[in-house]
Design a binder for this molecule. Structure first.
Ligand code: GLN
Length: 481
């Protein structure tokens, strides 16, 4: 499969047209997506128009288009003014935003071509893409299995070669977990690196947009395009974007890799464990040094996350009232019934469960016991990482405790589903960057991912290590049948 880096080079040099690149992506979508269900909306006309424009820019001598002609899929919780943005929810059925997200402006500016919007768990709440009101997405490695979530559609688009790149969002693992389960690379950047202007809010102190790609180099290229300060997101950090691609080939000898017992304990599948341990051996072979570290508060991460994320969600999702956006209940008796019936009809089960949990955690009398306490635990988790990063450059772990599970396997057991995020959630709570890189397959040919976490703003270092690992292994060359 051709990479984004190769497409952009060929389009810039004139040996391939952006139109051809986009047409080939659109025809793969037509061929495969009816059986995979990755896309909620394909914007064929818009994509071809954009491609024609990029081709004209190239003919006019424009050279600064890092993603010239590269087709990209966008998770459907990122606003696009040329295509619906539904968050896979009935409550935003047919909603077309009046503006596009900051990342969409950046992509367009870089010459990328947006070909469609991808499926997700409703409002990004879930780990399997089964909570979508628009139907499920299947894992291309085994169509009876989930692709992970919530950015399942974006992961599948990349894994099956429908697009070389996709954007996801990650509140507790929604980029890394599906990346791991579908055998692609996914990066959750440091909190504040990528503007969330135009990202539909879920947990505002946790949400980040990030890249998904088949190679580390492509993910680095995409990350470099979307980072940077934006005054429209008050949490956006005023920092210049480093050149992530420039550091790819640095040697990693002497780098210190932290291994935490807490990430290799109970619940970890044996084959996943050995694949990750083997990958760590490969890093040692490249001259890296391993150091045992402790992250003692890890056991509280899931409870802490599911209080904070749901509390923030209950506040963020208060805006869906049947008045401003999307679904409105018919013939309500009064304004209160308009609100409650619109929400009752518009939200799915899991979203309702979380809104009730979050509202409860914030309610007077319970605030101190739940929300405030979770915030204190969050500080302890952050301090665990600060202490660890005083001695190591990066922490390596599995991304997920198991490979892709069967469709329907966890839908009746929300707690079992929440446990799929056990290794990914802490990075969001601490605000640090983390990525997943493919590191092998289990005996049934399902992909396994390794997670790398680093101190804030150390993306370059993570990408460097991941790339060096990737070129010493050959996992990314394998594609689903
Ligand atoms: N699976 C987690 C949740 O359900 C994480 C979701 C995400 O990162 N958006 O909240």
């Amino acid at each position: 499969m051709i990479t984004a880096t190769e497409i952009a080079k060929s389009v810039r040099s004139g040996s391939m047209s952006a139109r051809d690149a986009v047409q080939s992506s659109l025809s793969r979508i037509k061929e495969h997506d009816s059986s995979l269900g990755a896309f909620l909306f394909v914007c064929e006309d818009h994509a071809l128009e954009q491609a024609t424009q990029v081709d004209a820019q190239i003919r006019n001598g424009q050279t600064d288009l890092p993603l010239a002609g590269v087709p990209i899929a966008i998770k459907d919780n990122i606003c696009t003014d040329f295509a619906p943005t539904t968050c896979a929810s009935k409550i935003l059925n047919n909603f077309c935003p009046p503006y596009s997200a900051h990342v969409i402006e950046k992509l367009t500016h870089a010459g990328a071509i947006i070909v469609g919007k991808t499926n997700l768990d409703e409002f990004a709440m879930g780990s399997s893409t089964e909570n979508s009101a628009k139907g499920i997405t299947r894992n291309p490695w085994d169509r009876e299995r989930v692709p992970g979530g919530s950015s399942g559609g974006s992961a599948v688009s990349v894994a099956s070669g429908m697009t070389p790149l996709a954007l996801g969002s990650d509140t507790g693992g929604s980029i890394r977990q599906p990346a791991s389960l579908t055998g692609v690379v996914g990066i959750k950047p440091t909190y504040g690196c990528v503007s969330r202007y135009g990202l539909v809010a879920y947990g505002s102190s946790l949400d980040q947009i990030g890249p998904m790609a088949r190679t580390v180099e492509d993910a680095a290229l995409l990350l470099g395009t979307i980072v940077g300060h934006d005054a429209r997101d008050s949490t956006s950090v005023a920092k210049n974007a480093p050149d992530y691609v420039a550091n790819l080939s640095n040697p990693i000898a002497g780098k210190k890799i932290g291994i935490a017992r807490e990430y290799f304990g109970e619940g970890l599948d044996a084959q996943t464990r050995s694949a990750v341990e083997f990958a760590i051996e490969v890093l040692r072979g490249l001259g890296a040094e391993t150091v045992e570290i402790e992250l003692p508060h890890t056991k509280y991460a899931i409870a802490c996350y599911y209080l904070i994320a749901t509390a923030e969600a209950s506040s963020n999702l208060a805006r869906y009232d049947g008045v401003h956006y999307g679904h409105r209940s018919e013939n309500p008796r009064d304004i209160f019934e308009l609100y409650s019936a619109s929400r009752e009809e518009g939200f799915g089960r899991e979203v309702k469960r979380r809104l009730m949990l979050g509202t409860h955690a914030l309610s007077s009398g319970y605030y101190d016991a739940y929300y405030l306490r979770a915030m204190k635990v969050r500080t302890l988790l952050r301090k665990d990482f600060e202490k660890a990063f005083a001695n190591v450059d990066v922490i390596c772990s599995p991304t997920t405790p198991t490979t892709a599970f069967r469709i329907g396997e966890k839908t009746d057991d929300p707690l079992a589903m929440y446990l799929a995020d056990i290794y990914t959630i802490s990075a969001n709570l601490a605000g640090i960057p983390a990525m997943s890189v493919p590191c092998g397959f289990d005996s049934t040919d399902l992909p396994i991912g390794m997670q790398l976490m680093g101190p804030a703003f150390s993306e370059s270092n993570l990408i460097n290590i991941a790339h060096q690992y990737e070129i010493s292994s050959n996992h990314f060359e394998r594609v689903p049948g």
